[in-house]
Design a protein around this ligand. Structure first.
Ligand SMILES: [Fe+2]
Length: 373
């Protein structure tokens, strides 16, 4: 029977980052080493972090790549492994969070080459993490601060890898909506739709359970009923997106995602379609295929504020376009003749087989043609 387990301590609300020093006191010895990994130097200047050097040995590194690769992860490991922090604070979007939590699995182990790291990831042979981490998201979408896996891309081998361990949940997730206020609109909308996808896919996933379904429904409603405000620039919309994203993260931390995420990965890898946008375009056609197998489907439609999957498709296309984001594969310059090849890459273990309806290469081809123009 599916169960719900998530040990992350969640601190959520404007000003939440001021709690970080006291959280660190629980997991780092006096004068112990703390590493801040962040998107840019500005985060390190925030008052909550500037004071940390009073109580801890404190170092900052920047990581500003999207969709981190095994080689980039190894490079960051090489820069910081000798420092061997007791705790890592990840301040950023999903990419920063993914490299930070991955590093916690590797610190304390001797790794000489990217290939050695690649092998440890695929064999899950890194053992128990020695370093704890705290996630501080600056985008509202990935939910990575409350999941125990990290996405690391491997374009040289044409695959997406997952660094995961139930022993590597964050010690704490600090959700401070003030940090997400400056997000550009396209990023904010794409991230919000990624979070909506996490919640929707969690709701219909084979791995769902009574707790995850309640969380998923709440997240869908929170995000979809405030996304117009986000596009309209209404002030407190970011607070709702921050909450919805984190709650969606809790839901799918127990269930994983399904066909939308599975099919989206080659679109991102080969055509640079932002992750949230790629999954958003797939939500309606996948929901249509799944609809007869989704328990309590009416509650999901109600939370989405639509009467059917077709209506959801129109709604998402409208949201993307209002934010200035292309909403068809043609607009993203996907080669029509390459769709069969993309479809064959769209079946990812642990995602496609978590979908309530069996997804074949032919099913995916049909879905991709349906969102081509
Ligand atoms: Fe996602």
């Amino acid at each position: 029977m599916n169960s719900f387990y998530n040990p992350v301590q969640v601190v959520c609300g404007n000003g939440a980052i001021t709690e970080i020093p006291s959280l660190l006191n629980n997991i780092v010895s006096a004068g112990g080493k703390v590493l801040l990994i962040t998107w840019n130097e500005a985060a390190a200047q925030l008052e909550a972090f500037a004071k940390l050097s009073d109580n801890f040995e404190f170092r900052t590194v920047c990581f500003n790549e999207s969709n981190p690769t095994v080689e980039q992860l190894f490079e960051l490991y090489s820069q910081t492994a000798d420092y061997l922090p007791e705790a890592v604070i990840a301040v950023g979007g999903g990419s920063v969070m993914d490299v930070a939590k991955s590093l916690c699995c590797f610190y304390g182990k001797e790794i000489q080459t990217p290939d050695e790291m690649r092998r440890m990831i695929s064999e899950k042979s890194f053992g128990a993490p020695q370093t704890k981490w705290i996630g501080v998201p600056t985008t509202s979408g990935t939910g990575s601060e409350v999941t125990c896996w990290a996405t690391i891309w491997d374009p040289t081998q044409n695959v997406k890898r997952s660094v995961e361990s139930r022993e590597n949940f964050a010690y704490a997730a600090v959700i401070d909506p003030n940090l997400t206020n400056g997000m550009p609109l396209k990023l904010a909308v794409s991230s919000a739709l990624d979070a909506a996808a996490h919640a929707m896919e969690s709701y219909w996933a084979n791995g769902s359970n009574v707790v995850s379904k309640a969380l998923a429904l709440g997240a869908v409603k929170t995000i979809m009923s405030h996304i117009d405000s986000l596009i309209g620039g209404i002030d407190n919309a970011h607070e709702y997106m921050a909450q919805g994203s984190m709650i969606a993260g809790l839901a799918f931390s127990a269930t994983r995602t399904t066909a939308c995420h599975s099919i989206s990965y080659p679109l991102t890898m080969h055509y640079n379609i932002p992750h949230g946008t790629a999954v958003a375009m797939l939500l309606a056609p996948v929901m249509e295929i799944n609809s007869s197998c989704i328990a309590e489907y009416g509650a999901l439609l109600e939370a989405l504020g639509v009467g059917s999957a077709a209506e959801l498709g129109e709604k998402i296309r409208c949201i993307l376009n209002r934010a200035g984001i292309p909403s068809t594969l043609e607009e993203w310059n996907v080669d029509y003749n390459k769709i069969p090849g993309l479809a064959s890459l769209g079946i990812t273990k642990g995602r496609a087989d978590n979908n309530p309806v069996n997804i074949t290469k032919e099913t995916i081809e049909g879905i991709l043609y349906s969102i081509y123009r």
